[in-house]
Design a protein around this ligand. Sequence first.
Ligand code: 13P
Ligand code: SF4
Length: 320
Amino acid sequence: MSYDIVADIQRLKKEKNAVILAHYYEDGEIQDLADYVGDSFYLAKMGQQVKEQVILLAGVVFMAESVKILNPTKTVLVPDLEASCSLVKGAPFESYLAWKKKHPDGIMVTYINSSSEVKSISDVIITSSNAAQIIESIPKDRKILFGPDQHLGRWLSKKLDRSFEFWPGSCEVHVLFNAKKLYQLISENPDAVVIAHPECEESVLQYATVIGSTSRLLEEVSKNPAKKFIVATETGIFHQMQKNRPDVTLIQAPVMDAGCACNNCPYMKMNSLEKIKSALESLQPEITLNEQLRLEALTSLDRMMAITSGQTVAWPSISN
Ligand code: 13P
Ligand code: SF4
């Protein structure tokens, strides 16, 4: 069954001149089918560069919206328009705007896990793989408003020795890892290297040797000669880790409720081969954005792209 559907999807891809981009948190069968698999920054970059007319983004909606903002002449599809993110939901436009207005002297640094509306009032977008580089390019005397992920923000603030104003958002998946249980697991596995995504709480991050984006964590497992890793991020990434290093043991960092499947991102896991096939057949659901909104959101994404490619950018002067 699964072989037939994969063949159908491959045929549809050719017929529709389509390319599939997938995030590391998708199910293994979706990652294996994709033309490009990566973290959120890589997907945005690839979405800007690919030649095919149709881009199907097997990930969450904010990732597909970022591609549409950067590459508006393409038809950008998602398997399920309901595939949101707790960080997007936790940063509604009106409240984020009110926060910005309270700090007219601040530079608004916003995680890519945000709505297009929130991006449109932000000064620069960051991802977990480029955040440090981007924040370091902001003059030291400027105040930083960092949102929506407070844990990523607190980790960066400490790492860069710089204070931020934080938006109180969080990832509903990464905050479930439990520090006490992790401590216990480490004592039972003293030979394991602990790696974690910076969306985890500080109480968990304190035990990690390596903290980074999904691609950074994958790189660590690929290159580190250790034979055992405790991994504090979403389960989908285990697929690539195990493909790259079939010889290692991967242990999921523990959550409070041992029986739950709560390390699965419920939004990423809304996607399926069936929905991908259907989206390619019907060219729906398609991401559409009002052009004015798209152009406003493009400014902050363009700054991210410019800084990560080594350019110097101008920052807005203190607004009223
Ligand atoms: P990455 O940028 O590390 O892929 O993270 C995206 C994400 O949503 C993590 O929860
Ligand atoms: Fe959002 Fe968390 Fe899911 Fe990533 S894992 S898409 S941050 S809810």
